[in-house]
Design a protein around this ligand. Structure first.
Ligand SMILES: Nc1ncnc2c1ncn2[C@@H]1O[C@H](COP(=O)(O)OP(=O)(O)O)[C@@H](O)[C@H]1O
Ligand SMILES: [Mg+2]
Length: 252
C-alpha cells in the first residue's frame, strides 16, 4: 500500500531537503516508485540535488495550484539523471524558482486544499509506493495540510536549543492532527557528541521515536546540494544511517 511521508522542521536549514532526497534514492534503490514534491513554494530548493537543470520543465507545482495543469504534468522522472542505475524510479514535482511565480503565490495565495488532492492524485497517477513531501519550515496552512494527509511525519532537528524549542510546536501539532507515525531525525550532529546519548535525550524530550542521528558531514557541505549524498558517499556513517532509516520507513 502506498504511503505519504512529510519531512518537516520548525526552523530552516536543518537538512530537510537533503534528508528527503537521500531517502528518496534509498527507497527507490530498493525497487520502489518514489515521488518527491517540493511544497516549499517560498524558497524551493530540492530540485538542485536532482540535476534538474538537465530537464526542460513545462509546468511546476505552482501551475497545478493555480489550476493550469494536472499534477502529473508537473512531475518529472529523474531516474535517468542520477548517474547510476537503480532498481526503482524517482519522480520530482518541483516548485518554481522564478521570482514572479513565487511572489504571485505569496501575494495572491491559492486554494491550499488543492494540495492534498494533488498528493493523492500524484500517488494514483504515477502508481507511487511512497510520496515524500519536502516542506517549508515553520507552521503554515500547507504544513498542517501535509501533516494531516500523511501516514508519517519526519521531524528534522539539529542538536541546538533554538531547534529543540521550536520542534515542540511541530510535535504538538502532529499529535493534535493524529499523524499515525511521528518520527524524529537529528541532523548535523557534531562528531564530538555521543550519538546514543543524543538519541535517548531527544526521545525522552518529545516522547517520540528517533529513527536516525545523522552526523555533521564535511563531505555534505562540500557537495553543497549539487548531488545526492548516498550516491556520492555510500560508504559513510551518514549513508549507513539513511539506509537504516529507510528500512524503518518500510515498516510503517
Ligand atoms: N549532515 C549534514 N552535514 C553537513 N551539512 C549538511 C548536513 N545536512 C544538510 N547540510 C547542509 O545544510 C544546508 C541546508 O540543508 P537543506 O537540506 O537545504 O536544509 P532545509 O531543506 O531544511 O533548509 C545545505 O547546505 C546542506 O548541504
Ligand atoms: Mg529545503
Amino acid at each position: 500500500m502506498s504511503k505519504i511521508i512529510s519531512i518537516h522542521s520548525f526552523r530552516g536549514g536543518t537538512g530537510k531537503s537533503n534528508t528527503t532526497a537521500n531517502l528518496s534514492i534509498a527507497l527507490a534503490s530498493r525497487g520502489l516508485r518514489v515521488g518527491v514534491i517540493d511544497t516549499d513554494i517560498a524558497s524551493p530548493g530540492i530540485h538542485n540535488l536532482f540535476n534538474f537543470e538537465n530537464v526542460t520543465p513545462r509546468y511546476f507545482l505552482n501551475d497545478f495550484l493555480l489550476g493550469k495543469c494536472a499534477i502529473d504534468a508537473c512531475a518529472y522522472d529523474m531516474t535517468g539523471q542520477l548517474g547510476v542505475a537503480i532498481a526503482g524510479r524517482v519522480f520530482l514535482v518541483p516548485s518554481s524558482v522564478e521570482p514572479n511565480a513565487i511572489s504571485k503565490m505569496l501575494q495572491d495565495g491559492y486554494d491550499v486544499s488543492k494540495l492534498s488532492d494533488g498528493f493523492l492524485d500524484l500517488v494514483d497517477d504515477l502508481h507511487l509506493d511512497v510520496l515524500l513531501i519536502d516542506t517549508h519550515p515553520g507552521v503554515n496552512e500547507e504544513t498542517l495540510l501535509s501533516m494531516a494527509t500523511s501516514d508519517a511525519l519526519i521531524v528534522v532537528l539539529r542538536p541546538d536549543k533554538q531547534d529543540y524549542q521550536g520542534t515542540s510546536v511541530t510535535v504538538d501539532l502532529a499529535r493534535r492532527l493524529n499523524v499515525p507515525n511521528l518520527l524524529m531525525v537529528v541532523n548535523k550532529t557534531p562528531s564530538l557528541f555521543d550519538f546514543a546519548d543524543v538519541k535517548a535525550r531527544v526521545e525522552v524530550t518529545y516522547d517520540a521515536e528517533v529513527i536516525g542521528v545523522l552526523p555533521h558531514s564535511d563531505e555534505m557541505m562540500t557537495l553543497a546540494s549539487q548531488g545526492i549524498f548516498v550516491l556520492h558517499y555510500p560508504d559513510t556513517t551518514l549513508s549507513q544511517t539513511i539506509q537504516e532509516m529507510t528500512t524503518r520507513l518500510l515498516t510503517i
